[in-house]
Design a protein around this ligand. Structure first.
Ligand SMILES: [Fe+2]
Ligand SMILES: [Fe+2]
Length: 180
């Protein structure tokens, strides 16, 4: 089904969901065995965590915020690339908890394999891995490209102003999002 027909079918109620042709490879990532295993390992490690979690809500908040900014500021990055980066940027988080490997490094290694299996081109993979590798690097916070979008969306996604663990969190006050 092409996208226009899919939208029409969803709007008139003849389709139960909106089939997104621009999300094919993103859905493939979500179905990868390795992806699911890492996601479960993170959930296990964060079962009793009182601070920010690294779950699907966080990944999709980052994706949507980054995509909205790309539209608003006319930063030309494909939606599929933004979503792929967002759902992978913290996927190595369990290795930070378990083996003390910085999670941006672990996530790059895991994401590289997954992207290859999901038919991302070499150039796209390079762009995505660069954004994952730098998502904690303050120096790129003003960049008008994929890495800047992900960096800002990652920060924006955190709701420190409404968090019960705010006082115990070791983020500096400048890094906490204390207002909308
Ligand atoms: Fe992260
Ligand atoms: Fe994150």
């Amino acid at each position: 089904m092409n996208e226009e027909r899919a939208v029409a079918a969803a709007m008139d109620g003849t389709a139960g969901f909106l089939y997104r042709t621009d999300m094919v490879r993103v859905n493939e990532i979500l179905q990868q065995k390795e992806y699911k295993a890492c996601y479960e390992a993170i959930s296990e490690c964060e079962k009793t965590r009182i601070f920010c979690r690294h779950n699907m809500s966080h990944f999709l908040d980052v994706a949507r915020l980054a995509y909205i900014e790309s539209l608003k500021r006319n930063i030309k990055v494909d939606k599929e690339i933004i979503y792929a980066t967002a759902i992978l940027h913290d996927i190595g988080r369990h290795l930070q908890y378990r083996e003390n490997i910085p999670h941006e490094e672990a996530s790059v290694l895991i994401a590289e394999q997954i992207l290859e299996h999901c038919h991302f081109q070499k150039e796209e993979t390079g762009q995505i891995l660069e954004a994952i590798a730098s998502h904690r690097n303050e120096e790129i916070r003003g960049c008008a490209d994929l890495k800047g979008l992900i960096y800002r969306a990652d920060k924006m996604s955190r709701l420190c102003f409404a968090c019960d663990a705010r006082e115990e969190c070791n983020k500096s006050d400048e890094k906490k999002r204390l207002e909308l």
